[in-house]
Design a protein around this ligand. Structure first.
Ligand code: ZN
Length: 200
């Protein structure tokens, strides 16, 4: 086909291409706004798809494994920070639903009793244990592999016996997590490779 004719064909198709692209953008995963197409919740082996929907009434609709985020047609880029905040709020809500059960299981394993558990979205700490025997957990734990989450839970629950990081504390941790040194190192690595929407 001569190139002039090819050009003509492309021109004819242009409208269709533009129309289709626009439709695809409306249905596409949220990659174009620098947001994740999906969120992997490794701790509980679940994957949540993130989809941008134009002209949605609520800012965020959570339907099983799909998170529908509303974006205004023209401002999806400037909206990025707001959307990231929605994702963080959602993560906190879901972590509150799921992390306490994980903690309960590990505590049963270790035969220790804690008083209560709270879940927060924290910058630097993965968890803590108060003198009142309350455990606080970081919602971001949902994003980590189960083995590492278990290490964090064992670590915090071990503080019920040893309120410090003494040699006896680590010995106690080792009873339940023989691999704790490896997990600790891996946790440090993983902390530096978390998705950007957690910080935006
Ligand atoms: Zn500690």
């Amino acid at each position: 086909m001569p190139s002039s004719e090819a050009d003509k064909l492309v021109l004819q198709q242009q409208q269709w291409i533009e129309r289709t692209l626009m439709r695809m953008q409306q249905q596409a995963p949220a990659v174009d706004a620098g947001l994740p197409a999906y969120i992997e919740l490794r701790a509980i082996a679940e994957q949540v798809h993130v989809v941008q929907v134009a002209m949605q009434k609520k800012p965020l609709i959570w339907n099983q494994d799909i998170l529908q985020l509303s974006v205004s047609n023209n401002e999806s880029c400037s909206d990025e920070a707001g959307v990231a905040e929605l994702l963080r709020d959602w993560l906190k809500v879901y972590a509150k639903e799921r992390l306490p059960d994980l903690l309960k299981k590990v505590a049963l394993d270790m035969q220790v009793d804690y008083r209560g558990v709270s879940v927060r979205l924290q910058k630097a700490r993965w968890g803590s244990c108060s003198m009142q025997r309350n455990i606080s957990l970081n919602a971001k734990l949902l994003l980590l592999p189960p083995k590492i989450v278990r290490y964090v839970l064992v670590h915090e629950l071990s503080h019920l016996k040893h309120m410090n990081h003494s040699a006896s504390f680590w010995q106690y941790v080792e009873q339940f997590e023989p691999d704790y040194r490896k997990s600790r190192a891996e946790l440090r690595q993983l902390s530096m490779a978390l998705p950007a929407w957690l910080y935006r």
